[in-house]
Design a binder for this molecule. Structure first.
Ligand SMILES: [Zn+2]
Length: 443
């Protein structure tokens, strides 16, 4: 009897021990890190209970300009998978990764999406923070006549027309204020092929001759000296092989200074990072996340796949829903203003045009000339609503609303979720909230 009890006790203890070690093993979730709240929500949807998730930039936080903490470095150092958005969204991540001694797998969640290049040529360059002119060049010119030519590229001119200002000055900075004023002024003088340009207190509206492969203007310089030319767009877009300014003998005339001074190639290479603003892209994020989790934790691979499938079907439904909502907005009322350029993918997918005084990152500051330009545009195009964002300083938007009479249509969540009590506590909720906020303001 005694022996039997003892044996039973030992057996029970052994079973308990085995059971508890099995439970501990099964319950130890995979340590993972996501850089910001929106991405964190996607990882949570797919990882579920099998991951232990740390999100670095939390609700209402701005991941463009984040300062990682020592706690972040600890979380990254013990993580098996680090999920980043990529497309240069998290400018601080490489330093954090090397400081933390991270040994796991870093996953660029946007890999495979059709990224939108940072482009000056959408619209007429508004909203991208580069001001009224994209190029300025100083030339040392003797009195006489010169030819400025614009050639078609791939069979067409980049724009049907472009403004240019010529100022008698050898200093771009010194003359740029006057140039901006002239370029933004309502009045300008139209010039056609073979027309004459002089240094003058007016912007020329150079109109390109579509019937010709090159449109040429004559520049008439009355006095020897330095002249600064400001162009609304990069003149290099218009030239093929030939230089754009020549003297009458056909000899190239090079600028002695120019801005930007990168020579004949403007470096883009940067993409709009806000890919999550199209629900279509989230299917790709979800694939990347599920694949990375399955690789790091093969035992739970089927769970990750199941979770992904469920989530993706909700995302697809959301995508259709937003499309239908945006279609309900009258076509001539589909332009809105936000603080920073975070809605390029939303725009492309759902057909709403966004303008912003700040560029693609909250790091850049809106310049006075961009704001002035935007205010004019709101008045000219009768844009009815401006929106504030949770992650940006909204005083500028409030000021724009006051000056134009446009109403503040509400708050949009661009780069971060709200807290759990807020209206955008998950990706799906954020997208529904943004689209219904836009619909309510514009319909
Ligand atoms: Zn942003």
């Amino acid at each position: 009897m005694l022996r039997l009890t003892l044996l039973k006790t030992i057996t029970t203890a052994l079973v308990l021990h085995l059971a508890s070690s099995v439970i501990v093993h099964a319950k130890e979730p995979l340590p993972v890190v996501a850089t910001f709240s929106i991405l964190g929500d996607l990882v949570k949807e797919i990882g579920g209970e099998h991951v232990s998730l740390t999100t670095l930039v939390g609700a209402n936080g701005d991941a463009h300009v984040y300062q990682p903490t020592p706690a972040d470095a600890r979380a990254v150092s013990s993580a098996k998978v680090l999920f980043v958005n990529g497309l240069e969204f998290e400018g601080w991540i490489n330093r954090l990764v090397s400081a933390s001694g991270f040994k796991g797998e870093q996953i660029i969640s946007t890999r495979g999406i059709d990224a939108i290049p940072f482009a000056e040529e959408d619209g007429h360059g508004e909203g991208h923070g580069d001001g009224a002119f994209e190029w300025a060049g100083v030339f040392n010119l003797a009195a006489g006549e010169y030819k400025w030519s614009f050639a078609k590229v791939d069979g067409k001119y980049a724009d049907p027309a472009m403004k240019m200002v010529i100022i008698k000055s050898g200093d771009i900075e010194e003359s740029e204020k006057s140039a901006e004023r002239l370029l933004l002024a309502k009045s300008s003088e139209t010039r056609l092929h073979n027309d004459r340009l002089v240094a003058k207190d007016i912007a020329y509206n150079l109109t390109f001759d579509d019937a010709k492969s090159t449109t040429v203007f004559t520049v008439n310089i009355k006095k020897d000296g330095k002249y600064t030319f400001f162009t609304e767009h990069m003149p290099f877009e218009f030239e093929i092989n030939e230089h754009f300014l020549k003297d009458l003998a056909g000899k190239d005339v090079e600028p002695i200074a120019q801005e930007p001074d990168t020579g004949h190639h403007h470096h883009h290479g940067t993409y709009d990072p806000h890919a999550w603003q199209s629900a279509e892209n989230i299917v790709i994020y979800a694939d990347n996340i599920a694949a990375a989790l399955a690789k790091a934790d093969p035992e739970n691979a089927s769970n990750y796949t199941t979770n992904k499938t469920k989530f993706v079907s909700k995302v697809r439904k959301l995508d259709v829903e937003i499309m239908e909502r945006m279609k309900a907005i009258p076509e001539d009322a589909r332009t809105v203003v936000t603080s920073h350029d975070a809605f390029g993918y939303f725009s492309k997918r759902y057909g709403i045009k966004f303008e912003a005084p700040q560029g693609l990152s909250t790091e850049s500051e809106a310049s006075a000339k961009d704001v002035a330009k935007l205010i004019n545009q709101i008045r000219d195009e009768k844009i009815s609503a401006v929106f504030v964002e949770t992650i940006t300083d909204n005083r500028l938007i409030q000021q724009i609303a006051r000056e134009t009479g446009a109403k503040v249509g509400g708050t949009l969540y661009s780069d971060a979720l709200s807290g759990p009590e807020g209206p955008a506590a998950s990706y799906l909720k954020m997208m529904r909230y943004n689209s219904s906020t836009i619909l309510d303001a514009l319909k």
